[in-house]
Design a protein around this ligand. Structure first.
Ligand SMILES: *Cc1c(COP(=O)(O)O)cnc(C)c1O
Length: 397
């Protein structure tokens, strides 16, 4: 038995089978490269679904974490610590809002926003008790909690987890008329991914985000942008909503906010929304902990230079040009923005990701026929070309 087989057998035997990973066991990583337990190197073209936007073990982020590890790591929100105020102030400034509510995982940020929207709906908008509705979109992915899967349209994500949380309406992504028809005086929020990640990097029709913004304003509902995967540089801008110059009421951040080191998420909005929470009405033991704040502050500082957004924009254009040239017998469609692509195949994507692995490139299928590419934003053009050359080979085989 190889070391890989041994370790995979352990995982197979003792971990729940809620994932179907590629047969690679990673031992180390640096930048865009990972090394497995056999010493084989791979270029990471997934970046942990955008959680590793700044590359594995980014030196600036590791240094920030190490400095904080030597000072204080967790105090709970029962006490304040010296990273907290600066973190919320700096994140609020980056986003252009005035309040931040830190949590840990993305799903928790989504749950927090749903609670905020409902509470805001009852206390500010004046919706009768327990009648608030939130609108979400077909193909959505916002996490895995019982409430969030209640409005998922993916049978794998949703089936057998009922009874489901009421209060949600789901309309087709990109359909302005359907959204308009679903909105009424009970609507407190519209929860939207500016680009749907898990669904296969679906970019909405041009003008859609603007229409969502206008309908939310006209109906007195909060536009809640889930930028957990699309935000923090991935699409060539700090936030994907910027591509339509849309300003949502609520931003949800996660994944890359933790710098690839630890889970950090946040809800960012103005005080007329987040101000609805009073002491004891919402919280998290680990949310806003010193280590998380120190790492996220470094992430924010790195994003302020615009360097990573620029890399994503320029290299993303190159990647999309090369992917566009693959359209034909094997490749049906290429979607995405910046260093983010959903490559829609005519056949199954799993054999392609397995072949890519053999060729030294790690990417992952999403659903049956889509290959998702999302390399760390620190990738160099020659590395990107190397990976895309291998994709061409994998598709040819
Ligand atoms: C990953 C993701 C989430 C959930 O984040 P977790 O940290 O896995 O809970 C929510 N929304 C979007 C758009 C995501 O991509």
């Amino acid at each position: 038995m190889t070391r890989t087989q041994e370790l995979r057998a352990l995982a197979e035997r003792h971990s729940a089978h809620n994932y179907h990973p590629l047969p690679v066991v990673i031992a180390e990583a640096e930048g865009v490269w990972v090394t497995d337990v056999e010493g084989r190197r791979y270029l990471d073209m997934l970046a942990a679904y955008s959680a590793v936007n700044f590359g594995h073990r980014n030196p600036r982020l590791i240094a920030a974490a190490q400095r904080q590890l030597e000072r204080v790591t967790l105090v709970s929100r029962a006490f304040d610590h010296d990273q907290f105020g600066p973190f919320v102030a700096e994140l609020a400034e980056l986003v252009g809002k005035d309040m931040v509510l830190p949590m840990n995982s993305g799903a928790e940020a989504v749950e927090t926003a749903l609670k905020a929207a409902r509470k805001w709906g009852y206390e500010v908008k004046g919706v009768p008790a327990d009648e608030a509705t939130v609108i979400a979109f077909e193909g959505n992915f916002h996490g895995r909690t019982t409430t969030i899967v209640s409005f998922s349209t993916d049978p794998d994500a949703r089936n057998s987890y009922g009874p489901y949380t009421p209060g949600f309406r789901v309309v087709p992504y990109g359909d302005v008329d359907a959204l308009k028809a679903a909105m009424d005086e009970t609507t407190v929020g519209v929860l939207i991914e500016p680009i749907q990640g898990e669904a296969g990097v679906n970019v909405p029709p041009s003008g859609f985000l603007t229409a969502v913004r206008e309908l939310c304003s006209a109906n007195g509902a909060l536009m809640i942008a889930d930028e957990i995967q699309s935000g923090l540089g991935r699409t060539g801008a700090t936030f994907a909503v910027e591509h339509e110059n849309v300003v949502p009421d609520v931003y949800l951040l996660g994944k890359a906010l933790g710098g690839g080191i630890l889970p950090v998420s946040a809800v960012v909005a103005d005080s007329d929304v987040l101000g609805v929470f009073r002491p004891g009405q919402h919280g998290s033991t680990f949310g806003g902990n010193p280590l998380a704040c120190a790492v996220a502050r470094e992430v924010i500082a790195m994003l302020k230079t615009g360097e990573y957004q620029e890399r994503s924009r320029v290299l993303g254009a190159h990647m999309h040009e090369r992917l566009g040239a693959l359209l034909g017998e094997k490749v049906r469609e290429v979607r995405g923005r910046g260093l983010w692509a959903g490559v829609e195949l005519n056949g199954k994507a799993r054999p392609v990701s397995e072949r890519l692995m053999e060729l030294g490139v790690l990417a992952k299928e999403t659903h049956e026929t889509t290959l998702r590419l999302a390399p760390p934003l620190v990738i160099e053009q020659d590395e990107l070309d190397w990976a895309l050359d291998r994709l061409e080979i994998a598709l040819r085989d």
